[in-house]
Design a protein around this ligand. Structure first.
Ligand code: GTP
Ligand code: SPV
Ligand code: MN
Length: 616
């Protein structure tokens, strides 16, 4: 028999965290590094994360006891939690994100560069004693299946139990990875502190953080140091910091691509499978397309990934892709039965929600979850809320953290690599950009990716709606000079013999009256259907100055209620405004000086010629 007190002792977090019983030179290097960091940051305790379910449960329970997590109604939302961050810690902070390469030109004009030795000095000051009164967690993680051929491993040191719990969902963590390190596998060092040391006897706050935030990358030594923020991509270092910024550098050197892309397998009514990767900027529809419920009869979409893809040329000359993540950190607002039923189903249990609203019966709500707005809520700040409050109940960048395996649309082999048939680039564009355009060559496709712009969303700081360049949806995530990255894309293409077709899509074009011209969501399947039939050589296209669009009748619009005038507008290419875009593209390219690959300058010149001809 286990009495209550005994029970608490064996399930309390302190019952876990022992260093794994591993030995050897390689493991000793990890232990030495942990000791060195602990000496600098002075935590009260060091906890090695084993990744066991009991440990995870104890970790979550400790956060409930501390107040960082609110346990939701166990009948409505089993084993699920709500976290509320502070006002200044709700999204990625691009202005506080740094790339510290030895040479400034290797970071390029789109990144914040700082001299690495100066930055190391700054960080040493910030991190000294930063974990006092807290626990330092050691989180060995694998991106991609543990031990998988395309996988990479790392270790995150962090004083945030919220980051540990998030890492446990978003990556594969624990003993198996530590074992690989002990066997000599290469690994990347990442360090994170919320920057809120506690004095002796000082009570903790619900969401510790520091106003002075630094998210720092050292691409030459493959390190990440993040200070002051507990939120999302600033704190879950395996995600944007490692799997995109650092991995893009590794990929540049090894001949592969680390991309901000969803991955799906679309299966046609005849049972043919098409593997598609799509790069859309933050909060521009990746999770939605990844879990698409097609409205076209017979089509089915299997989810492989919703945010990151690692792409490598295979021996067969094709490009193969994996989703390195194990979970989804998805945007909550706008996710509902009518827009993304699969996501709603995935969120039934075992979810960590952040900054959504709480219902009186202990469940969650956000704008767009249901058609009807609840009469009373507690908003994301913890204040009473009614529909008359005049502010959103959930933060616009509120999110859910859930295991990929919980999605009803998850592919049975989602952890394996798939050969790409098509790559899509997109963004939010109220004007100019057609619903779908096919590139005429790999170089043209790279040009499309390089010239994407999109209206800003709440996923990072900045003015929502403002148009900005976001090449390849990688503007905030490329760990080196973006012009070199363009050249790398051209190089990878030159080495493959059976390249995927490239398309630009835009679900967000608006009419003069401000309404979306395209119904979007499940209806995007019609565009996927056209793309798949183009790949199979079965759909007709016509040339426009900006690329190939569906020939009359080739986009399946059966049963769709869209006005003819709207359809025309969805595909209208106005040479004058595109010539303006071309001028802005030239200005953008010029910011990189002579590093922009000649192929892209040639694409720009050719585009201008076609537009001049069309303008007459
Ligand atoms: P990150 O996780 O930030 O990288 O973003 P994401 O690209 O995965 O964004 P997500 O799919 O979560 O989309 C965010 C918002 O876009 C939601 O509010 C959706 O409602 C909206 N959205 C997605 N697809 C469509 C669409 O086809 N049409 C319209 N109008 N809105 C869409
Ligand atoms: C994004 O902003 O693109 C995200 C969320 O996917 S975060 O992980 O916070 O970067
Ligand atoms: Mn993202």
């Amino acid at each position: 028999m286990i009495d209550a007190q005994n029970d608490t002792q064996t399930t309390g977090l302190s019952a876990y965290g022992a260093r794994p019983a591993l030995s050897g030179v390689a493991f000793a290097r990890l232990v030495d590094w942990v000791d060195e960091i602990a000496a600098l940051m002075q935590p009260d305790r060091v906890h090695w994360v084993s990744g066991s379910p009991d440990e995870t449960a104890a970790l979550l329970e400790s956060m409930v006891a501390q107040g960082t997590l609110i346990r939701l109604n166990d009948e409505k939302r089993p084993n699920s939690f709500l976290a509320r961050s502070t006002e200044d810690d709700v999204a990625r902070l691009e202005s506080r994100t740094f790339i510290c390469s030895e040479r400034e030109e290797d970071a390029g004009p789109t990144n914040n560069w700082r001299d690495p030795s100066e930055m190391r000095g700054t960080l040493a000051g910030l991190f000294r004693g930063s974990m006092r009164g807290r626990t330092l967690f050691v989180v060995p993680f694998s991106m991609g299946r543990t031990g998988g051929p395309l996988s990479h491993i790392g270790v995150q040191l962090t004083d945030s139990p919220y980051a540990v719990a998030s890492m446990g969902v978003m990556t594969r963590v624990g003993d198996e990875v530590a074992q690989l390190i002990a066997e000599g596998a290469p690994w990347v060092r990442t360090v994170h502190s919320v920057g809120a040391p506690l004095a002796e006897g000082e009570a903790d706050v619900v969401w510790p953080s520091n106003p002075d935030k630094h998210i720092v990358h050292f691409p030459d030594t493959l390190e990440v140091w993040s200070f002051g923020s507990g939120y999302g991509g600033n704190a879950i270092l395996a995600k944007k910091c490692f799997a995109l910024r650092i991995a893009s550098v590794i990929g540049r050197d090894e001949g592969w691509l680390a991309e901000h892309m969803l991955l799906i397998r679309a299966v046609s009514p005849e049972g043919r499978a098409f593997h598609i990767a799509a790069a859309f900027p933050s909060a521009c529809g990746k999770t939605n397309l990844a879990m698409l419920r097609p409205t076209l009869p017979g089509w089915r979409v299997e989810t492989i990934g919703d945010d990151i893809a690692w792409i490598r040329p295979g021996e067969d000359g094709r490009l193969w892709a994996i989703n390195p993540e194990a979970g989804f950190f998805g945007v909550a607002p706008g996710t509902g039965e009518s827009t993304n039923a699969a996501a709603v189903e995935a969120l039934r249990e075992n979810v960590i929600f952040t900054n959504v609203a709480l219902t009186p019966d202990g469940d969650v709500w956000w704008e767009g979850l249901t058609d009807e707005t609840p009469e009373r809520l507690i908003d994301w700040r913890g204040d009473d809320w009614t529909p008359d409050s005049g502010r959103p109940a959930a933060h616009p960048n509120s999110r859910f953290t859930v295991a990929a395996s919980q999605s009803p649309t998850i592919s049975p082999d989602w952890e394996d690599a798939v050969p790409l048939d098509a790559i899509l680039f997109g963004g939010r564009r109220a004007t100019n950009v057609p619903l779908v355009v096919e590139a005429s060559s790999w170089e043209h496709g790279v040009f499309m990716g390089a010239t994407i712009s999109s209206e800003r969303t709440a996923a990072a700081e900045g003015t929502v709606g403002e148009l900005r360049r976001d090449p390849f949806a990688m503007m905030p995530f490329c760990g080196y000079n973006m012009a070199d990255y363009f050249a790398h894309w051209i190089r990878v293409g030159a080495r493959a013999s059976r390249l995927p077709a490239v398309f630009q899509v835009n679900w967000f074009r608006k009419g003069d009256d401000g309404r979306f011209l395209w119904p979007g969501f499940g209806e995007n399947a019609r565009v996927i259907d056209w793309i798949a039939r183009r790949v199979a050589g079965e759909a007709e296209a016509i040339e426009t100055p900006v690329g190939r669009v569906p020939a009359a009748g080739s986009l399946d619009l059966d049963g769709l209620d869209v006005r003819d005038a709207d359809l025309e507008e969805l595909f209208r290419v106005d040479p004058a405004s595109w010539l303006d875009e071309a001028r802005l593209t030239e200005e953008f390219f010029d910011t990189f000086g002579d590093r922009v690959p000649a192929e892209l300058r040639e694409q720009l010149a050719a585009l201008r010629e076609r537009l001049e001809t069309a303008r007459g």
